[in-house]
Design a protein around this ligand. Structure first.
Ligand code: FAD
Length: 107
């Protein structure tokens, strides 16, 4: 089986990087394919209990928000925070997702 922590770090890097490169004004097609990607990702994620919980989270009022880079980046941050809470890790300040994943920390 995969190393769940290593898989997680790599996967969050991929997912937050996708939000960082997402358009500020995505076309309807882009929004639809992104939403489909996230639902499919949640089904194929190769940590089955993680995948199950992630699908449940999305189905319980947290459908992917993909109307803009800001919305999608925030949504991904909230998704990651839901896992942080479940694992007893600290909650990340979602006001800083872009600084962490796109523009770089300001000192
Ligand atoms: P990670 O949580 O991997 O975070 C990496 C970096 O992202 C952090 O150092 C920080 O800089 C940044 N970061 C942290 N929080 C946020 C945020 N909210 N928004 C933006 N950036 C942030 N593990 C389990 O044991 N059980 C599970 O059920 C489980 N479910 C998962 C579901 C999914 C969809 C994914 C992708 C991962 C899941 N994981 C699960 C893995 C878990 O989330 C962590 O990746 C793993 O525990 C390693 O944690 P870490 O402390 O190294 O940092």
């Amino acid at each position: 089986p995969p190393d769940v922590a290593q898989l997680g770090r790599s996967s969050w890097t991929l997912l937050h990087s996708i939000t960082a490169q997402y358009p500020e004004n995505p076309s309807p097609e882009k929004q639809a394919e992104t939403s489909t990607f996230m639902r499919t990702f949640a089904k194929l994620y190769p940590c089955w209990h993680c995948a199950g919980d992630f699908q449940d989270w999305m189905q319980n009022g947290n459908a992917p928000r993909v109307s803009s880079r800001e919305e999608f980046g925030r949504w991904m941050c909230e998704a990651h925070n839901a896992v942080n809470v479940k694992l007893g890790k600290s909650v990340f300040d979602c006001g800083r997702w872009e600084e962490r994943w796109r523009t770089g920390w300001k000192d």
